[in-house]
Design a protein around this ligand. Structure first.
Ligand SMILES: O=C1O[C@H](COP(=O)(O)O)[C@@H](O)[C@H](O)[C@H]1O
Length: 246
């Protein structure tokens, strides 16, 4: 049963599989209820990977030709690197559904991270048809986000300067405690959305989930805002409920 919390609605499912199933069903409902271009910012991570597999197997009939698939963050590695979020999404979803390649927008990982961030902002501005963010015209229909055990979301890592970015839509950072330089959507870009959906599963996330739900301002995930709806899809383990398996 969904509950309201200061920083969004919380929906607790039995396990990671149920979280991914709910996310897929919700995405399908939103896409089918829309008309015209539908822009989704994709996340990396293990729970989203299962979501992408479910979308590929059970929702192949969605109007993929209307969807614009962009990325919320990326590791600054070649597209075929095993750490690449694009590679993961490609294997789980893009290679399996009828989405035109022109509708898929990986983050560039050549040149310098700062230059690549600027180029990706240009790509988002072309999709948006404007270089301005306005509350009445969201950049994204859905932003998918994960939550790292250290509090990061997208690639907004604690202690990095990109957390202070209030203008640019895309930034870069070098995490203090995770591999690879990163590209990431910034807070203002994420805010320009109809729905932000966190997908978080596993007992390893319970401590950070409790901090974020408790409003700990030091956690980047606590600072996520949206002009639309904020939804946390958690499994029981991540929500700190005791009766979960394992
Ligand atoms: O580094 C990253 O990690 C986060 C969280 O991933 P998870 O596997 O712990 O759920 C993810 O949201 C982000 O896209 C990814 O680049």
């Amino acid at each position: 049963m969904p509950t309201d919390a200061p920083n969004g609605r919380v929906d607790i499912a039995t396990d990671a599989e149920a979280v991914a199933q709910r996310a897929a069903s919700l995405i399908a409902e939103k896409v089918r209820g829309s008309s015209g271009p539908f822009v989704i910012a994709l996340s990396g991570g293990s729970t989203p990977k299962r979501l992408y597999q479910i979308l590929a197997s059970d929702y192949a009939d969605l109007p993929w030709d209307r969807m614009q698939l962009v990325f919320g963050d990326e590791r600054f590695v070649p597209a075929d690197d095993s750490s690449s979020n694009y590679r993961m999404v490609s294997e789980a979803l893009l290679s399996k559904v009828d989405v035109p390649s022109a509708n898929v927008h990986p983050m560039p990982t050549d040149g310098t991270p700062a230059d690549a961030a600027l180029r990706y902002q240009g790509i988002l501005q072309r999709i948006h048809g404007s270089d301005t963010l306005q509350p009445g015209k969201p950049l994204f229909d859905i932003v998918l986000l994960g939550l790292g055990e250290n509090g990061h979301t997208a690639s907004l890592f604690p202690g990095t300067d990109v957390l202070n970015e209030r203008k640019a839509w895309v930034g870069s950072c070098t995490p203090l405690d995770a591999p690879h330089d990163r590209l990431t959507l910034t807070y203002p870009a994420i805010q320009s959305s109809r729905l932000v959906m966190f997908l978080v599963a596993g007992a390893g996330k319970a401590e950070i989930v409790a901090k974020v739900r408790g409003g700990d301002a030091a956690q980047p995930s606590t600072q996520i805002r949206t002009d639309g709806e904020l939804l946390w899809l958690l499994d029981k383990a991540a929500a700190g409920e005791r009766d979960h398996a394992g």
